[in-house]
Write a protein that binds this ligand. Sequence first.
Ligand SMILES: [Zn+2]
Length: 278
Amino acid sequence: MNPCNLTQLGVTRESPWAVGHFNIHNLEYVRAVVRAAAAERSPAILAVGMLSIKYMGLAPLIQACQTISRETEVPVAVHLDHARQLGVVREALDLGINSVMFDGSALSYAENVEKTTEVVKMAHDLGATAEGEVGIVPHGAAQVSAEDMTDPARAVEFAERTGVDFLAVSLGSVHGMKRAGTSLNQALLQEVHQQIPVPLVLHGASGVIDSQIQAAVANGIRKINVNTGLKVVLKRHLTAHLASRPESDLLDDFEGGMAAVAQSVAQRMRLFGSSGKA
Ligand SMILES: [Zn+2]
């Protein structure tokens, strides 16, 4: 069955838990996430983003995810994260990716609707799922301005017009935060969840404190994107081990790095409530 699309992971708008989306950048990351998913009996999403494509290449990353996800029985989806061009969506779908996110948040609302609708059609034609974004989750900003947060009425209209399977909303989180310190607008989340028939997605979760993540799951978040938090874990592990054991075999250092990432992924699966759901 692996890899599968997002609707085959078992999470729905009504589930009292969320599935983790973990950005992967190399083979070690893919192995770490799949290992954690198998150990936790949790579904998981392996996400390929634009910086990773620039670093490692689209086909090698997608193919690594496909090959390694077949080694486990728990459902694993391979997902394209933050595509801003239709060309990369087409390329990823042609390589057999199961799910794509189109990020039209920098476009006008009308253009975002138009391009996301096209992406949804391209994905659905191949049995893949599609995620869109309404509102702006900024990169590297200190906080989210009121006008960047998701407008509920607009989100309802966007979901209806585009036909997205999952919808990313802006509730106060920011991309790229190395420490968790952010809270979310939970009242806004409740309002959007009540009005929208599709599952909602939280981006920038590395910067959000655990109690706020749990509240967000209770209030309707069903997919949680994690990238920076895992980079911090791996870098911390490698920094400590490479310096303190200069004679060690490099493969043992990488093995330890994979274990550290897997442990962090497993902790998040328990926090999101997805452990034991596969
Ligand atoms: Zn994101």
